[in-house]
Design a protein. Sequence first.
Length: 438
Amino acid sequence: MSSERTYGMAYVGLIVSLLAVGVVGWIFRDQVETSVLAEVATATTSTAPSSVAPTTTTSTTTTTSTTTTSTTTTTTAPPTTTIPLAERTLERIDSVSGNIAPKSVVATPTGLFFAQNMMYRHTVTVYDQQGVLLETISDRVDLAEYGVEGGVVARGAPVEAASTSDGSKVYVSNYAMYGPGFGPEPGDSCADTGWDNSYLYRVDGASLEIDQVIEVGAVPKFLAVSPDDRWVLVSNWCSFDLSIVDAELGIEAGRIDIGRHPRGIAISSDSSTAYVTEMGGSDIVVVPLDQLERTRDAFGGETTTWNVAELDVQRLTDVGRGPRSVVLSPDNAHLYVTLNGEGQVVKVDAGTGEILERVRTGDAPRSMAISTDGEALYVVNYLSNTMSKVLTETMEEVDEVRTADKPIGITVDPRNANVWVSNYSGVLQIFEEQLATG
């Protein structure tokens, strides 16, 4: 009996020991897993390229075709940590080429990118976010098919584009029209007068086909759609005025004299005010869109009139030589303006016209775009072949990167904050804000 009792007690002790070891092992494993998860979380928030955009790149596949060379990216949910733009650097992540010579590139809210290839290719090329070519739209139209009385088959010369707030329609300006009955191309000097009017094309955002044409002034360049989608504003380079188009009716409501060579346009977020640069001078013209009214014939006829001539137009004077591109801060308090004649970008009080800050970027700063969070400006320097990043708060240039030859257009992808640059040399480049290294 004593030996059996001894064996039994030994057996019980063994079981207890095994249970103790198991408990200790479980506790240790739990501590190890917690530690590993903490290290992963720390590594993710401290070293992963945390984007200022809604998405981040997780994989890359390179594809090549005769029309475009692009990089396909897969995106995931945004990281939890936001790294300030001042602590990031612009890195080129892709280039798109083909039969293009893009004057401008414009992003839509639906993730499409419209590149306008002017008279150099007579096309608008449309891409997805990865730079894959979706459509090539010819600028050849039969104006009569769009209701133009006496219209002929003509070609345009796409310059700039602007999207409606939902991306359902995109308007494209044409430098000039080429065809029977149209005179010679005016040229940027506009040396003479009496140049032919040109046309806007409206492109359907789903079919990517031209569905409307609208007559505007001579050599229309920049254009903008008001956030409420009521008006399309067009700067007419050689008729020295601004066309105001009633978007619902597809008709030019009237024009406002701007001065020599109108160019950039910015519209306040509430659609109440537009700012138009006079690139041939030094002023910005302020147009009160909230005063615009449309009146129909009181007797039930089809006559429609607008009070464009009665608008109380003002000027912000002497902002600098050759103001070209203009964008508004998200709160509508400040204008940011590229001064092509001075090689500078200035920050202007939108109410008083006072110059608050200025910064020198590269030679001939042309087009400009603002980041999705309003913290940075991206400026293409045409003669320096560079792009500058300028902080809006301090107007400090914190980054400058090389581009292809003759960068002329720029846009920011509203979906992932990547920056697209169009270059006359025949390439679109896509840049991403990445964490600085070294």
